[in-house]
Design a protein around this ligand. Structure first.
Ligand SMILES: *[C@@H]1O[C@H](CO)[C@@H](O)[C@H](O)[C@H]1NC(C)=O
Length: 215
């Protein structure tokens, strides 16, 4: 007697039935899709806001444009990255009041971390009433990212505090047309002016002649 069915009792149902499993797999994959999305936004090197306004450059000084003083309280507690003509890093030294579009330009009170150091926490400051460090913004966080840039998170920014920015490396085009970059600061080429009564635009820091009507 030869019992073919003995070791294979289920030969009548040769294929696995996927029907009950598919909705489950579907739910699992939706879950992981959400999780991945969430996780990447938790990574500050990915989920940051880009801030590119050139008036945040440490070389920008004007108190007479319409809209002065500006305020960065909207970026309170957010991871931000500085980009563009304004610069890519926060300065680690005191910036005089009324630079960078507001009353109180924010600078770091500690050195930037290196890649792999993780989040570095310390105080950011701004000058007020003639004193560097008069205004303290504690728990300021800085992280060095794999792309060679930094992201910053300053909790409880209030008015009229603004971020200040400078170029970590100056080249001929850092500050845009008609401007030059000197130790991270944007200044106009000889013979050109930064507008006083209106904010400079995104692609040009300086202009010729009647700046305020030309912009
Ligand atoms: C010049 O510097 C700016 C930032 O300051 C950068 O975006 C740009 O790529 C640099 N250009 C060259 C040619 O290195």
């Amino acid at each position: 007697m030869f019992h073919l069915s003995y070791p294979f009792p289920n030969l009548q149902v040769p294929c696995w039935n996927w029907d009950p499993v598919l909705p489950f797999l579907f739910k699992i994959s939706i879950f992981f899709a959400f999780f991945l999305c969430y996780a990447t936004h938790l990574d500050p090197c990915v989920g940051y806001l880009e801030i590119s306004s050139l008036w945040r450059n440490i070389g920008f000084y004007s108190t007479s444009f319409s809209g002065f003083p500006l305020c960065d309280s909207g970026y309170s507690g957010q991871w931000i990255r500085l980009t563009g003509i304004g610069g890519d890093v926060m300065p680690e030294f005191c910036i005089p009041s009324y630079h960078c579009g507001g009353h109180c330009p924010l600078y770091l009170g500690f050195s930037h971390p290196n890649l792999g150091d993780g989040i570095k926490t310390g105080n950011a400051y701004c000058m007020w009433k003639g004193y560097c460090g008069e205004v303290v913004l504690s728990n300021t966080q800085v992280l060095a990212c794999p792309g060679g840039y930094y992201v910053y998170n300053v909790p409880s920014i209030f008015c009229q505090v603004t971020f200040s920015a400078m170029h970590s490396v100056c080249n001929d085009t850092s500050c845009g047309p008609l401007a030059q970059c000197i130790t991270g600061a944007c200044i106009c080429q000889p013979g050109y002016l930064a507008p006083a009564m209106i904010l400079p635009t995104h692609d040009s820091y300086c202009c010729e002649g009647k700046c305020d009507s030309a912009f």
